[in-house]
Design a protein around this ligand. Structure first.
Ligand SMILES: Cc1cc2nc3c(=O)[nH]c(=O)nc-3n(C[C@H](O)[C@H](O)[C@H](O)COP(=O)(O)O)c2cc1C
Length: 88
C-alpha cells in the first residue's frame, strides 16, 4: 500500500534517477516522480536515459506532457514495453 500523504515534488532536471535513488534511501516509502518529460523527448530522444531508474525508487511515477493523445499512447506503450520501466 502506497502512503500518499507525503510525496516528493517533481522537478524537471532535478528528480532524475540519481536524485530519486538518494531520496529513497532517506524515505523508502515516499512516492517519487520523474520531472516532467515531453512525449517528443521519449519518442525521439534519449528514452533510455529518461526512463532509467533503480528498483529502490519505487513507488515512482512517470510524469509526461503531451499535446496529442496519440503521442501519449505511444509513450505509454514504450514505457510499458521497456523492461527497466515495467513497474512505472
Ligand atoms: C526547479 C523546479 C522544477 C520543477 N519541475 C516540475 C515538474 O517537472 N513537474 C511538476 O509537476 N512540477 C514541477 N515543479 C513544481 C514543484 O513540483 C512544486 O509543485 C512547486 O515547487 C510547489 O512546491 P513548493 O511551494 O514547495 O515550492 C518544479 C519546481 C521547481 C522549483
Amino acid at each position: 500500500m502506497i502512503d500518499r500523504r507525503v510525496a516528493v515534488a517533481p522537478m524537471m532536471d532535478g528528480t532524475d534517477t540519481h536524485c530519486r535513488y538518494f531520496l529513497s534511501l532517506i524515505s523508502p516509502h515516499t512516492p517519487l516522480y520523474t520531472g516532467m518529460i515531453t512525449s517528443g523527448a521519449l519518442i525521439h530522444g534519449d528514452r533510455k536515459r529518461f526512463l532509467a531508474f533503480n528498483a529502490e525508487e519505487h513507488p515512482v511515477a512517470l510524469q509526461v506532457v503531451a499535446v496529442y493523445r496519440r503521442n501519449l499512447r505511444a509513450v505509454h506503450a514504450t514505457a510499458m514495453s521497456t523492461a527497466t520501466t515495467r513497474s512505472i
